[in-house]
Design a protein around this ligand. Structure first.
Ligand SMILES: *Cc1c(COP(=O)(O)O)cnc(C)c1O
Length: 218
């Protein structure tokens, strides 16, 4: 990873088209690193573990940041995540959507949700297939207290660039078919293909912050 945080930030933001928003994935990095990036103008930050995010958020409570939850969401963490995150990118099952809806209502929140889809076989990730999503779609729309905004996807490891591009295009087409606005796709290694395919949110961790400690999962 080359250069200072401000050099990485300027180089990346100058390459990202205006229609695409940048989610800075701060998992594994301290509040101080978030504060530094916020100083350059970054507002949206992504975290994947509640227990890591909550203390960081309270250290940064003086800043007008927008927090997105991007990790696998365990049932017993739903209430905490609904309280701490106005946007959740990783809704990957009916039972999770239903639980988020019920708890959001209890908490008086209306979180924005992205539905995680899995368009290629990948044992390491969750997500709806296209068929499963169409099946559950009318029921999803009927759940109260949710604002379903879009789809999220990740490319499996080891796909060639043209295969990633095809996968991301399929996700963007599915999002259009469902008349949703947002497509959260593209990480440090594949955001260029995702932007070409129509991503509206790219989620960048290491490209912005440098490498994470190796022990941190996902
Ligand atoms: C960690 C993570 C990212 C960022 O990964 P980088 O390769 O560091 O950019 C993006 N999305 C999700 C869901 C993640 O868990």
């Amino acid at each position: 990873m080359q250069g200072s945080a401000s050099e990485r930030w300027s180089a990346l933001t100058s390459q990202i088209p205006a229609r695409v928003r940048l989610l800075a994935v701060s998992k594994g990095h301290p509040a101080l690193a978030v504060r530094e990036l916020a100083g350059f103008g970054q507002q949206a930050f992504g975290e994947s573990r509640l227990q890591e995010a909550v203390p960081k958020q309270s250290e940064l409570a003086d800043l007008p940041l927008e927090w997105h939850f991007i990790g696998r969401l365990q049932k017993n963490k739903v209430r905490g995540v609904v309280r701490a995150f106005p946007v959740i990118h990783s809704i990957d099952s009916w039972s999770l959507a239903e639980r988020v809806s019920r708890i959001a209502a209890e908490e008086g929140r209306t979180p924005e949700l992205l539905l995680q889809v899995k368009l290629r076989p990948d044992p390491s990730k969750g997500g709806w297939s296209e068929t499963e999503l169409f099946d559950v779609w009318p029921r999803l729309l009927s759940l109260p207290s949710l604002r379903i905004r879009g789809l999220m996807t990740m490319a499996p490891q080891g796909l060639a660039s043209d295969e990633r591009l095809r996968l991301f295009r399929e996700c963007a087409a599915l999002k259009d078919q469902l008349e949703l606005q947002e497509c959260s796709m593209g990480m440090s290694g594949d955001w260029r293909e995702a932007v070409t395919a129509g991503s509206t949110w790219i989620r960048l961790g290491s490209a912005l912050f440098g490498p994470r400690p190796a022990s941190l999962p996902g």
